[in-house]
Design a protein around this ligand. Structure first.
Ligand code: HEC
Ligand code: HEC
Length: 319
């Protein structure tokens, strides 16, 4: 079910597992079915996978996802990759477990627009589901807690550690990256790993990376009410980043070129709570910008984080 490479155990550590929701074959299988289940939405047209598309690292290529009634949100649907290690879910970090997170889209008025009693009623009266809940949890009585537990189990199996970067860095295959990509990795280690650690490519913290205004979303401050949290957003993973455009919570950058151009010369050092400590190198680049060559190298390195095994893994498709 969860067969992590030894280097992951050594350098990232085992995936934390909630004691009351261990992975089981039956639980993961049920979660997979529920992740792709359109009965979760009010009009039966939308599943989790409608906004979280596997070929895009389980993110949405649309800047903003459209809910069942046509309403459009104001944040980009995030990639679902290696979240078993994440304790801060959503761009503003408002949920702290995958179980807690999975409650929200179902009732969100701009997403699935449903009610939990309706979902439970539909699944309970389905010919298949009661037996699947029996197999996974020892009871055929469907309830919302069991639904989100199964989805969370499935999400914990959605791990991506088979990119060319992994083969080079952890697998000891020195030919897996070419010189341009290695140069890009050196730049990345100098300027980006402060927040996007190698390994998970995120430190799972909430930070302000200095996006130029207008920034209309207050981020973590909307959750905590603290002005010291204004404009802080979750540091997202960069795994499969070539497949998860557009970029940033507000989808402002269509391409990785736009992203590295931003980090190179356009970080707003005056944005409230901007993380100047971790952005120091970027704020003091020679000539105040990345050169064209440096941008190309960084992008070449970011492209090595694509894991086609993950993007096409048959265990994650609709059952
Ligand atoms: C209508 C589109 C839509 C649907 C349907 C949807 N999501 Fe999302 N998802 C989003 C958006 C947008 C965000 C970011 C929202 C935010 O930060 O406020 C998100 C965020 C997430 C995250 C947080 C990832 C992270 O790194 O913190 C997870 C996990 C997730 N969704 C799982 C699910 C699951 C499970 C379902 C089904 C029960 C689901 N989503 C249904 C659009 C959608
Ligand atoms: C101060 C910490 C920090 C540093 C240093 C940093 N980032 Fe980020 N990065 C973030 C945060 C926070 C976000 C999300 C910001 C948002 O959406 O408002 C982000 C978002 C991104 C995204 C968009 C991901 C997505 O899914 O939309 C990319 C790509 C990215 N960073 C690449 C880089 C690269 C390349 C570097 C080095 C040149 C770098 N970052 C340096 C904190 C950092």
């Amino acid at each position: 079910m969860l067969d992590l490479p030894q280097w992951v155990l050594d350098s990232i550590g085992p995936m934390p597992m909630p004691v009351d929701n261990p992975l089981t074959v039956e639980g993961v299988a049920l979660g997979r079915r529920l992740f792709h289940e359109k009965m979760l939405s009010d009009d039966g047209t939308m599943s989790c996978a409608s906004c979280h598309l596997q070929e895009h690292g389980f993110s949405d290529p649309d800047a903003f996802s459209t809910g069942t009634d046509g309403s459009v949100g104001d944040r980009n649907a995030m990639a679902v990759i290696n979240l078993g290690w994440s304790e801060n879910l959503f761009w503003d970090g408002r949920r702290h477990s995958l179980e807690g997170q999975a409650h929200d889209p179902v009732t969100n008025p701009i997403e699935m627009r449903n009610t939990w009693p309706t979902v439970v009623d539909r699944l309970q009266n389905d010919p298949l589901y009661p037996d699947l809940f029996q197999a996974a949890f020892g009871t055929s009585a469907v309830d919302s807690d069991l639904v989100v537990m199964a989805i969370a189990q499935f999400e914990r199996t959605m791990v991506s550690f088979d990119s060319r970067f992994d083969r080079f860095y952890y697998g000891g295959d020195s030919s897996a990256l070419d010189q341009m990509e290695l140069d890009g990795m050196a730049l990345f280690e100098r300027h980006c790993t402060q927040c996007h650690d190698l390994g998970l490519f995120t430190d799972d913290d909430l930070r302000n990376n200095g996006l130029p205004f207008p920034v209309t979303d207050s981020g973590l401050a909307a959750v905590t009410g603290l002005s010291t949290d204004l404009y802080k957003f979750k540091v997202p993973t960069l795994r499969n980043i070539s497949m998860t455009a557009p970029y940033m919570h507000d989808s402002r950058f269509p391409t990785l070129f736009d992203v590295v151009t931003f980090y190179g010369g356009h970080v707003d050092a005056n944005s409230p709570n901007v993380d100047t400590t971790n952005l120091t190198g970027l704020l003091h680049l020679p000539n105040g910008n990345f050169t064209w060559e440096e941008k190309d190298r960084l992008i070449a390195f970011l492209n090595t984080l694509t894991d086609s095994t993950f993007l096409t893994d048959a265990r994650f498709t609709a059952p």
